[in-house]
Design a protein around this ligand. Sequence first.
Ligand SMILES: [Zn+2]
Length: 450
Amino acid sequence: MHPAPSTPQPPRTQPQGWRAQLLWFPDPQSHKVRHETDGLLVTGRDDDGVVRIQAMGPYRELAEHYPKLPTTHWPGLCIAPGFVDMHVHYPQLDVIASPAEGLLPWLEHYTFPHEKQFSEPAHARETADFFLDELLHNGVTTALCFATAHPESVDAFMKAAQARQLRMIAGKVLQDRHSPDGLRDTDTQLSLRQTEDLIGRWHGVDRLGYAITPRFAPTSSAEQLHGAGDIAQQFPDVWVQSHLAENLDEIRWVHELFPQARSYLDVYDRAGLLRPRAVYAHSIHLDSADRRRMAETGSVAAVSPTSNLFLGSGFFDYTASDAANLRYGLASDVGGGTSFSPFQTMHAAYTVARQSVGRPGVSLAPEHLWWQHTAGAAQALGLGGKVGNLLPGCEADFVVLNPKATPLLARRTAQADTLAEWLFAMGVLGDDRLIAHTVIQGQPVTDNRA
Ligand SMILES: [Zn+2]
């Protein structure tokens, strides 16, 4: 396969200004947030074709340095970092809102039959187009995404993301056992070669990235997992994504299938699949040795609270994860998750943290919730300084919030006494209506008010 050609870039353009309130993380390692009531963001295209933030700060200080800057003014609205979804399945778009008796029956009855259809490129492309537009409508500008076992499903997704100039990461699912016909890799070595071909075709093209994607330990043979681990060592800047310790029935099954492994995590460890840029969805039922091992290898957790509540899987343990220095960020996990909206995910994360089992629940600070879905998620993905923040040098993908989008939001946010209260009200009450615009590469692509 030849590498896909990069999209021809428009010529370098004059900088653009965006005047509104600003919300950002001055130190991306910390969830301490800053808010500017009348700010200016300046964006412009660099020589590599990427539009980045060139400057940001109070309008009254910055505007005089840009006397002829064409500026869009959004009074009453607030520019904030684009949301980063650390774990989502585009082929499960039509599985969202399907009931089931937990994870394994849900996979068997809904997910696998739907995913079979993605051998058909036209179906894959139509779904990818709808899915990406839905992400943008909800203010999600970057996602780490599962495709299906069919290489065509990756091509369709990448083409759709490329056409929208998005920074997206995706990969072909590896699953060579315990999967139905039409979705199972019938030739393990071929599935690994397909993975390498797709890396060559898509990784690093425009703003696209590839993720080596074993579905989860029960649906891959040891040979496939080790093969995936070999590819992961060969391409250290490629991502790895899988599921880990989501559900107790699943964990029992993993112990039966891999009796020599100390834990579920150890199955991936033995295969060479723990390293920076390795992202494990859920990571709920772990012990302290697992959490320490994830932290020391630089592997991270994608916390998927709406999915965990919906499927009754369990609660991510924030306290134990922080104690182990395990890094994490938020994810929708659609279709197990029930909403594309980052606000619904933040709300569910707050609820999950309150439920911490066996110890008093924690009350996550609103700025921490936002950080987990923006700058913190970007850091966990190895994309710190590129997405999820408004600092100069970051790519110009951002959202514009309308805190008065609904009568209730307007009433509640107007009564917030502190920045934290204001953020919390939006995090709990918000949905896609709160996103007035999503801006990708300096171009507004969504206008919910139109
Ligand atoms: Zn998932």
